[in-house]
Design a protein around this ligand. Structure first.
Ligand code: PRP
Ligand code: URA
Length: 242
């Protein structure tokens, strides 16, 4: 287990003096340029506090997770390319704007990644979604690939890969291997993730430096069972069955 002290900061609106703001644990920073960590805003930290609490029941866990997932999807979309697009407004003026270029699809790593599909659909209405079933062995934490079903033309699409937890990184690495084997170029994959461990994020970023990662928070490390600490426990269990 990584025993380094977690980074803390005063949190709250800028107009308040530091002494009136509580301190909270903020995300560990990483030096990999392909990893974007959402800013540790008061809103994000309060949402994460809710889902980390072991006393938060399933309905609230789903509600607050969905709010963070929405923030991740909105930020993730900022990493897709746009082209110039001019429109004429109802008052006859031209607005010089942009629109997204290229086709996208989502790919969820089952089961927990499926929780992120709704957030993606809310932003990209009829988005195609592929599935990859990877499960970690409970004893060894090694991932095993059971199944995949992906859009036929996935090699021509930008892929938003969905999994809320990046622990050792084994599952995400395996999923990217599957995407690359289907012809998806590494630099067209965007991995959306709620909580990462520093070692998992570093492993992933080093092995696939062209895959962009957008995560809400990098935690302190892993425990002896390769759970993220402080983490939130088993995401899939809390979202689907607890
Ligand atoms: C969890 C999680 C990730 C994986 C992360 O899934 O959703 O897919 O573990 O761990 P890793 O980075 O060490 O591979 P799990 O296999 O427990 O299945 P679940 O989604 O059905 O809960
Ligand atoms: N999967 C989870 O759901 N939680 C962890 O902490 C690690 C893997």
């Amino acid at each position: 287990e990584n025993s380094s002290q977690p980074p803390t900061e005063h949190v709250g609106p800028d107009y308040r003096p530091a002494m009136q703001k509580p301190t909270a644990t903020v995300s560990t920073s990483l030096s990999h340029s392909n990893v974007t960590i959402l800013p540790s805003t008061p809103q994000l930290l309060s949402l994460l506090t809710m889902i980390r609490d072991k006393n938060t029941g399933r309905a609230d866990f789903i509600f607050y997770s969905n709010r963070i997932i929405r923030l991740l999807v909105e930020e993730g979309l900022n990493h897709l390319p746009v082209v110039k697009h001019e429109v004429t407004t109802p008052v006859g003026r031209v607005y010089s704007g942009v629109k997204f270029e290229g086709k996208i699809c989502g790919v969820s790593i089952m089961r927990a990644g499926e929780s992120m599909e709704q957030g993606l659909r809310e932003c990209c209405r009829s988005v195609r979604i592929g599935k990859i079933l990877i499960q970690r062995d409970e004893e060894t934490a090694k991932p095993k690939l059971y199944y995949d079903k992906l859009p036929e033309d996935i090699a021509d699409r930008w892929v938003l890969l969905l999994d809320p937890m990046l622990a050792t990184g084994g599952s995400a690495l395996m999923a990217v291997d599957v995407l690359i084997s289907r012809g998806v170029p590494e630099d067209r994959i965007l991995f959306l993730n709620l909580i990462a461990s520093p070692e998992g994020a570093a492993n992933f970023a080093e092995r696939f430096p062209k895959v962009r990662v957008v995560t809400a928070f990098v935690d302190q490390g892993l425990d002896e069972k390769n759970y993220i600490v402080p983490g939130l426990g088993d995401f899939g269990d809390r979202f689907y069955t607890m």
